[in-house]
Design a protein around this ligand. Sequence first.
Ligand code: 2NE
Length: 270
Amino acid sequence: LPWETIKEYKEILFQYYEGIGKISINRPKVHNAFTPLTIKEMQEAMDHCRYDDRIGVVIITGEGGQAFCSGGDQSVRGHGGYVGSDNVPRLNVLDLQKQIRSIPKPVIAMVAGWAIGGGHVLHVVCDLTIAAENARFGQTGPKVGSFDGGFGASYLARIVGQKKAREIWFLCDQYNAQEALDMGLVNKVVTLDKLEETTVEWCRKILEKSPIALRMLKASFNAELDGQAGIQELAGNATLLYYLSDEAKEGKNAFMEKRKPDFSKFPKFP
Ligand code: 2NE
């Protein structure tokens, strides 16, 4: 497909095609393990996707066909986090996870090969996952001295159930694409050569739908799980809709015109 580059980065590719923003980790030699810079670049790209009016759906993926993402790059893991060129240890992937959940547009993980450790959590937090037959899923935390007790544990358990989530973390086994499909961890499995085509097909179906309905639904699914922050997002969308109404505009206009607002003509729905 004729993807066009939105911006050049060092550790990711960021491309656009017909309403879709595609963010792809580009470190195939290490199975797309991420460094603080990879995440910083992904965060900037996600932010761009949020504000770019042409983009209605986002794909997150990894280059090379062998890996989606193998988690934090262990070679730069230091004292208290993953260390970048500024020598500061960070776990900035946690901020990216929040961004994926809160962007008011569907995010699809397109997984070929390994989705492991922090890379597995990245696909977990995406709204949908489409996997190639060669996809392999799992957590490694307790094996390599790490864990993700946030979305990586609680949201995973919401998806696959408490028993299965505990099995995934306690045993650190790996699961193939069919097993992932059977446990509801992915939405669809296709051959590797059909992965992008199918994902773009799903994007097209989504892009035909009402953006506000999609936005409200995403916020609604999140709200149940995300406590006050989830309610804040859902309520923010309610405010957005209210601001579009003549009733809300009457309040603002009255203030600007230094008069008493007249809300009497607006219906009191049962
Ligand atoms: C993914 C897996 C199972 C693949 O195994 P295999 O045998 O197919 O490949 P191999 O040879 O292990 O990997 C190829 C190259 O990629 C590097 C390897 O070291 C190897 O390099 P060379 O020997 O060719 O030089 N590589 C792979 N993953 C890497 C990584 N994460 N960091 C640095 N280099 C990596 C196998 O590679 C594997 O188990 N990888 C490690 C998975 C892992 O434990 N990830 C970190 C989990 S913790 C985390 O992500 C995290 C968190 O828990 C909380 C917050 C933030 C992050």
